[in-house]
Ligand binder design. Sequence first.
Ligand code: BTN
Length: 245
Amino acid sequence: MSLKLIKLDAIDSTNNYLKELARNTTIVDETVVVAKRQLKGRGQMENSWQSQNGKSLTFSVLKKFTGFKIDDQAYLNYAVSVGVYNGFKKLEIKNVTIKWPNDILSYGKKVCGILIETQLAGNEIVSSIIGLGINVNETSFIELPKASSLRLVSGKDFILSEVLEVVCTSVLDALNLLNANAFQKIKTNYEENLFRKDQVSSFKDINGNLFNGIIKGVNSDGKLLIETEDEKIKAFGFKEVTLLY
Ligand code: BTN
């Protein structure tokens, strides 16, 4: 598959750029914007996203939908995560897991971050901008002990355009399953590769209380299901719980 690529040298954020483009023009479905340098990359929870020039991949994909209900939004996240996971497998990256809600890890360290922004009409998602930051050829992460790169986990150098092609294709394949309503399959794939699933882990809740529990899966609302010490399974939303490893 050949990508519908827009290549930029430098931009504040590929998500911002694609959002503006989609607002002002009729842009083709599955357009991908990739930037060599991102000056103001955005991460989840209003964080910034730093990337090392020439070593990282920063790009955004526009995906249009028809008949995709807001209530099913969680599956969009599951599909993108599974798509990146599949792409990394194709690149022969080992020990890949998905840390809820959507960090992609290798050997327990983050190699890819995902920022999904949706455009709504009524109760439907009409399109989404899926921003991916992939650590590819970095050899060190000063002050980021929980980060790693494809190079660090595999010992190999990668050609950025090849990683882009493989990961984008896998993400689009997974997203196209969404149109076929294969929600359950996507959720199962996501859960099969969930970081620390079925292991006792430590968590912090929204009030700062620490507790132990076991990740059992996710639900259709995008919440993480944790079996707590009283053997009850509780559902936690984004921001309601932090996995402390
Ligand atoms: C995270 O916090 O884990 C999400 C990081 C997402 C970063 C990517 S880089 C390309 C796209 N443009 C942005 O400004 N952010 C996303």
